[in-house]
Design a protein around this ligand. Sequence first.
Ligand code: ADP
Ligand code: MG
Length: 1045
Amino acid sequence: MRYQGREVDVEGRVRLVMESALTARDRVGVQDFVLLENYNSEAAFIENLRRRFRENLIYTYIGSVLVSVNPYKELEIYSKQQMERYRGVSFYEISPHIYAVSDNTYRAMRTERKDQCILISGESGAGKTEASKKILLYYAVTCPTNHHLVTLGDRLLQSNPVLEAFGNAKTLRNDNSSRFGKYMDIQFDFKGAPIGGHILNYLLEKSRVVHQNHGERNFHIFYQLLDGGEDDLLNSLNLERNPQSYSYLVKGNCPRVSSINDKNSWKVVMKALDVIGFTPEEVQKLLNIIASVLHLGNTLFGEGEEGETYITTETQLSNIAKLLGVDGLALKEALTHKKLTAKGEEMISPLSFEQAVSARDALAKAVYGRTFSWLVEKINQSLAVKEELYHSSKGSSVIGLLDIYGFEVLQCNSFEQFCINYCNEKLQQLFIELTLRSEQEEYETEGLAWEPVQYFDNKIICDLIEEKHKGIISILDEECLRPGETCDISFLEKLEDTVGGHPHFVTHKLANGKARRVMSREEFRLLHYAGEVNYNVNGFLDKNNDLLSRNLKEVVCQSDNQILSYCFRREEAIDQKRPGMAAYQFKNSLMKLMEILMSKEPSYVRCIKPNDAKQPGRFDEVLVRHQVKYLGLMENLRVRRAGFAYRRRFEAFLQRYKPLCPETWPNWHGKLVDGVSALVSHLGYKAEEFKLGRSKIFIRFPKTLFTTEDALEAKKPEIAVVLQKSWRGYREWANYQRIRHAVIVIQSAWRGMKARRRAKRRRQAAELIRRLIKGFIYRHEDYCPENQYFLDHVRYSFLKKLSKNLPTSVLDKSWLTPPPSLVEASEHLQTLHMRNMVINYCRRVQPEWKKQMMQKVVASEIFKDQKDNYPLSVGRLFLDSRLEREQISLKVLQTLGSEKVQYGISVIKYDRRGFKPRARQLLLMNSFAVLVDRTKIKQRIDYAILRGISVSSLMDGMVVLHVPCEDNKQKGDAVIHCSHVIELVTKLSMLAGKTSYVNVSPGSIRVAVARNKEGIIDFIRGSELKVAKGKRGHLVVIAPRIAAT
Ligand SMILES: Nc1ncnc2c1ncn2[C@@H]1O[C@H](COP(=O)(O)OP(=O)(O)O)[C@@H](O)[C@H]1O
Ligand SMILES: [Mg+2]
C-alpha cells in the first residue's frame, strides 16, 4: 500500500504517523521546543529536557535543530530497523532522532542539489563524536553504494578509530575526548552513493603529549601500543610494557581507565589502518615516531658545574636517534644548544636546563603534531574521489560533518580554551546569520511581512578577538614578535592598553570590586555570548609561538623516516622568516571553515551532557542550565519563535487535520490553500493566530496547535474505522482486480487460440483451393507434383463416392462414371465387385433354389434367343410338379412300383394318325417317361432310346419326343402340347441327360409316325394359339406373336 507517495507497511507506518510525538506531548513534554507555551522560560525549557531524558527520549527539536542529551548508556534506538524507519520520512512525522536529521540532510542534498553540512557542537563529553559516528553509520548503511567503491563506506567508518587513537584522550570530562576539531566532507555522486571523503583537522591539543592534568591521560595510542603491541614489536621499539615507565604517561597518574580496553582498541586500530590502506612500512614508521616520543619524555638532563646542560640518558638518546632515523650526535647537540644568527654570523650557545627541557618537549609536540596531520592527509588520500569516478562526481554534492570542541570553561582556562571559545563564537555567529537568513528567506518566499527579531549579535565579541591590529590575536602575535623582554604579563598589559575599554573585556585592574574578587591578576575576562570566561595569560606567548628551535628542525629534516622528512621540509629549516603564530593560523583556518560552512545548507545538532560523572539516568540541572546557556539554545528558540511557533506545508497540515472538517474529509480536491482556509475557519482560528503563506500555514501560538491536536485525538477512533473501511475496501477491490485480470488473461488466451485455429483452417483451405485449382489446370498431364493432389483427391472422392453407391444386387448393372484417370481401375473394380456379389449370392443360395437355377440355366442354354416362349418363362419359377399326387391314379402309381414320379403334367397328345388331341398326363421318372390316360399307362418312353426332342421357335406349347419307330414297343414320336413347354422340356432333357438332344426348329418339325412314314407339323405366327389339321395332313400350329414389349 502507498501512503503519501511512500511504500509503507500499513500497520507499522500508519501507526507511526498516528503516534507522532505531538500526540505524546502530555506524556513526555514537547518534541519540539518551539511548541513550548512559555518559550522565554529557561526553567520550562530545562523541565522539558528533563522529562524527556527520564523517558530515555534524548532527542528534542528546536525547529530543525536537534538537541541531544548524552544518555551515557546504550539505547535501543540505533538499529538497522530504526534506520529504515527514518528513511524518507518527513521530519515532523516521527519522533526526533539523529537519523531524522541525517536523512533530512541527505534528502535535501539529493532533491535541492545543494551542499549540506551538519554542525555538531557541545561540551566535551556531550556526545558530539558519537553523534557524528551515528550519522556516518547511517549513511554507510542506508545510502546506495557505488559498485566501484564498495569499500569507501568501510574506510569512512574506519577513519574514526584511527583518528581517535591518535587524537583522542581520556580527560576528566570524557574518557574518549577528541583533542582536535574535525570537519569531514562526504561526497556523494548524482545517484546519492558516497564516492569520497575529506577531513580537515583543527588545533590538536599538542600540549597533552608532554603534560596531562591529574586524572587525565595522554593520547590513546601510547597506551594502546604498550598494552596491545606484540613483544617483538615492543622489543624492536625498545619499549617496556608498562606505561608507568614513561614520564610523558605518568603526569596525570591515570594509566588505566575502566571504560577503555587498550588491548582491543589496538587491534581495532591496526585493522583500521590496514583497511584505510596504510602499508606495513608506513605503520612501522608511524610507530617508530610514537615510540620516539615516549623515549624523548624519558630523556633527562643534568646541569654541569659551569651551568652547562648535558643529557644523562645516553641510551634513550640513541634509541630516539635510531627510531627517528636522525644523527645521534646532531640530535644531542640540538637538544642542548641553540643556534643564533647575529650580524650574519651563526653562533651556538648552550641552553639552560629549563630551556633544554622545553626544547625536548617542543620536539615531542612538534613531531607528534605533524605526524597527526600526516595521518589525516594519508586518510584523505584513501578517501579521495578516485579518478575513475571523477565523471560521476560532476553532479555530486557534499555533506559536511563538523565535530568540534564546544564551549569550554575550566577552573583555569588557558590559550587552548581561548581558541576553542573563539571558535564557538564564530560558529554562533554563523548560526545566527544562517538561521535568521533562512527564517527571513522563508518569510519572503511565503510572502509574509518580516518582523524584526530581538537577538544578541556576537559580532562585537568576534571583532574583539580577531580584528586586525586591534584584536586580541593581533596583539598576542605582536607581543610574540616584539624584540626585547616579552612575557605573558606584558601581553596582558598590552591588552589593557589596547582593548581595555571594550564592553566585553575585563581584567583585574579594570574590573569593579565584585568581579575583582574572583579574578587573579594574571587573568583577563571575556564576556562571551554564552557567558563570562576568565583566561589565565600564563603560557599564552609560548603556546602561540609554538617554537621548535632551528637546529632541532634541521636535525629532523635530515630524518630518513619518510613521515618526518615529509612533515619537516628542508626549506622550513633554511627559511629565516617566522612562520605564522598558532592563534593566527587557527584564525585563518577558522575563516576557511566559515567559508566552507557558509556555502552549505546547515543543520544543527546541539549536544548536552547531563552530568559530570558520566552516569546514566542522572540529570544535573545546574550543569544542563549552564550548557543550555553556552549553547545559546534559548537564543535559538527565541529566533525560531520570533514570528510563528509552528509552520507546516499546506499538504502536510491538511493531510493531518483534514478529518476535523467535513469539507476536507476524506479528501480535499480544490486548491490546497482553500482547503487549509476551510479547515482553519471550521476550527475557529482567529485572524491573529495564523497566517497563510504561499505554501505553508504559520501558526503563532502553540496553544492553537494543541487544541487542534486534541480535537484530532478525539476524532481518531472515527478515523480508524474509516481507515479500516477503506483498507478492507481496497483489499476487496484489489482482489477483484486480480480475478478480473485473471479472467481477461484466460479469455484472451482462449480467443487467441480460437483465432489462431481459424486462421490456420483458412490458410489450409486457401492452400487446398490453390492446389485444387492448379491440379485442375494440370489435370490432363501425367501424375506430377502440380496435379498430384488434385488427382489424388478426384480419385479419392470417386472411390469414396463409389463405395457408397456400389450396386447391391447382381442384377443392378449401374456403375458410377469414373474420372478419366480411373477408368481402368473402375472396370476392374466393377468386375471384382460383380464377382464378389455373385460369389456371395451363390453362397447364399438354398439347394431348392440351386436346383431351380440349374434348371433355369439349362433352359437358358437351350432356349435363349431360340424360342419366343422363353422370355416369358424366365420370370416364372419351375415347379416340382404340375400335378398333385392325388391327381395321379393310384393304379398307375402301383404299376410304376418303386419308380418315383419326378415330374407330372397334364398334356394334350396328338395322335400320329390324324393328330387327334387326347388329354393325357405325362409323368417323368428317373429313367423313363410315361403317358398316362387316367389309369392306364399308354406309352412308356425310355430315355435311353430318346432320339431327340423338338420344339418350335414360336410361342406355342408343342413338343415332339422322337423315339425310334423300329422298336415295336414304341409307337413312334409323341406329339404333345402342354402349357409349360419350357419347363417340361428342360426337366425332361435333364432327367434324360439329353439336353443337347433338344432341337428348336424355326420352321416345321418332322414327326416319325410309323416306320418310314412321316408327319409334319407346321408352325405359323398368328393372332392366337390354335392347333388344327391343315393341308396335306400337316398339323398346323398357329402361335401368337410376342407382345411387343
Ligand atoms: N547517543 C549515545 N548513546 C550512548 N552513549 C553515548 C551517546 N553519546 C555519547 N555517549 C557516551 O558519552 C561518551 C562521550 O561521548 P563523545 O561523543 O566522545 O563526546 P564528545 O565528542 O562530545 O566529547 C561516549 O564515549 C559514550 O560513552
Ligand atoms: Mg569528541
